[in-house]
Design a binder for this molecule. Structure first.
Ligand code: SR1
Ligand code: MG
Length: 413
């Protein structure tokens, strides 16, 4: 892996990205000097430029991900700092050590151009797309439970030396992107804000969220936890669009929102997006939905959590440390993480219906009344995860709330 930079930042295009590669250490490392290179614009997330560059036959190929000084999908009115590329590069490097094989290989980082050149996962697809097309991934839940346990444990005070942990808090400080999350996740969706948008059929539901002071107080609590609890180096935007999968492999991508924050923010966000996908299949399933597919998503949620717990506890045992706690403390700690995951997950569900950034699982439901019903149920479940979070003792409690919301929606509730 190389680190190198051009003198001046300039956003790349489909043609200039080829010039960039021709003049980079990728020649010799991945491509030959005379290889006929082609490129493809693959950007479909909210934030960055993404290109595939390959030889004309298709392989070998690499992905070039470049930060823009603003959020790509919103425009220049939504500034975002270029230094997020460097943070993403550093976090991918740390995660590759913590979880070999679960993040893409990085070939090259250029801090001035704010770009990372990484492995092209051509045989993978974005998990959200795979789940929307009713694919099953037998290794997924285990891989993600392990990813969560290892990244979170190994960057926490349970693994790091006290002074090192404090250095990590500084080194991964991410004020601008944390502010994006504070605004887009915890604040704007819970009040009337011009960045919000929602389906007109949900007007009453949205107004009842804004009028619900008990709910808004709890959301404020979770925002405060997000802002103050420097527990571990978290991914910061871990949803089914930040994961790539094949039948046999899982890769977690896009850690640009990473900072030292509450472990449960990652777990809750991931489980929330799976719960949204569960509701889509349970409520708006089509003739193509295989029997049992929605329940399979619940199984993925369960196994992510149980694997996380098992692996996290194994790391506690295997990594003797001055903070090695007794079993009762471990159990209480992990129950707190479950409660917090439920709270954070509920906030994430609601923001994906009302806030700036929506999800394709819901937006692509073809039949309008089914789409409304499902989105309304996501709001109901989000509220229930938030308001019931204090009562979560096991993952089955969270799954029960989830199946109850689906059942109530199917009965017209
Ligand atoms: C303008 S950024 C909107 C959202 O996209 C990212 O993936 C984060 O989820 C952020 O909240
Ligand atoms: Mg992202």
């Amino acid at each position: 892996m190389t680190t190198d930079s051009r003198a001046i930042y300039a956003p790349l295009s489909e043609s200039t990205v080829i010039d960039y590669i021709r003049d980079s250490p990728l020649i010799g490392q991945v491509f030959g000097a005379k290889d006929p290179l082609v490129s493809q614009d693959l950007a479909d997330g909210n934030v960055n430029l993404v290109f595939r560059v390959s030889v004309r036959s298709g392989r070998p190929s690499v992905i070039v991900k470049q930060a823009l000084p603003y959020a790509r999908a919103v425009g220049e009115g939504f500034p975002m700092p270029l230094d997020r590329a460097e943070r993403e590069f550093r976090v991918l490097t740390v995660e590759a050590q913590q979880c070999p094989g679960l993040v893409p290989h990085v070939y090259h980082f250029d801090p001035v151009m704010a770009l990372i050149i990484m492995e092209d996962l051509q045989d993978h697809r974005i998990l959200r797309q795979g789940l929307m097309h009713q694919q099953r991934y037998p290794h997924l839940a285990y891989d993600l439970g392990r990813f969560l346990a290892r990244t979170l444990f190994m960057s926490s005070d349970f693994a790091l030396d006290s002074a090192d942990k404090k250095r990590w808090v500084q080194a991964y400080s991410n004020p601008a992107l944390c502010r994006v999350t504070e605004d887009l996740v915890f604040t704007q969706p819970f009040q009337n804000h011009p960045n919000n948008h929602w389906h007109s059929a949900l007007q009453t539901d949205v107004h009842s969220v804004w009028a619900d002071d008990a709910l808004r107080s709890d959301v404020l609590h979770w925002k405060y936890v997000f802002m103050t609890h420097a527990e571990a180096l978290i991914h910061g935007d871990l949803h089914t669009g930040s994961i790539m999968v094949s039948a046999t492999d899982t890769k977690v991508i896009d850690p640009e929102f990473a900072f030292v924050g509450p472990m449960a923010f990652d777990i809750g966000s991931l489980l929330a997006h799976l719960a949204i996908n569960y509701l889509v299949h349970a409520i708006a399933g089509t003739a193509e939905t295989p029997p049992g597919y929605a329940d399979g998503i619940l199984g993925v949620m369960r196994t992510i959590w149980t694997t996380f717990v098992t692996e996290f506890q194994a790391l506690w045992v295997q990594s003797p440390h001055e903070l090695a706690p007794p079993t009762a403390y471990q159990q209480a700690y992990l129950r707190r993480i479950l409660r917090e995951s439920t709270g954070f997950g509920g906030v994430e569900m609601i923001r994906r219906v009302i806030g700036l950034a929506h999800v394709a699982d819901l937006d692509t439901i073809a039949e309008p009344s089914q789409q409304t019903r499902t989105a309304r149920t996501v709001l109901t479940l989000g509220r229930s995860w938030i308001m019931q979070s204090h009562a979560m003792a096991t993952i089955e409690d969270m799954l029960a709330l989830t199946t109850e919301a689906a059942a109530s929606s199917q009965q017209g509730g």
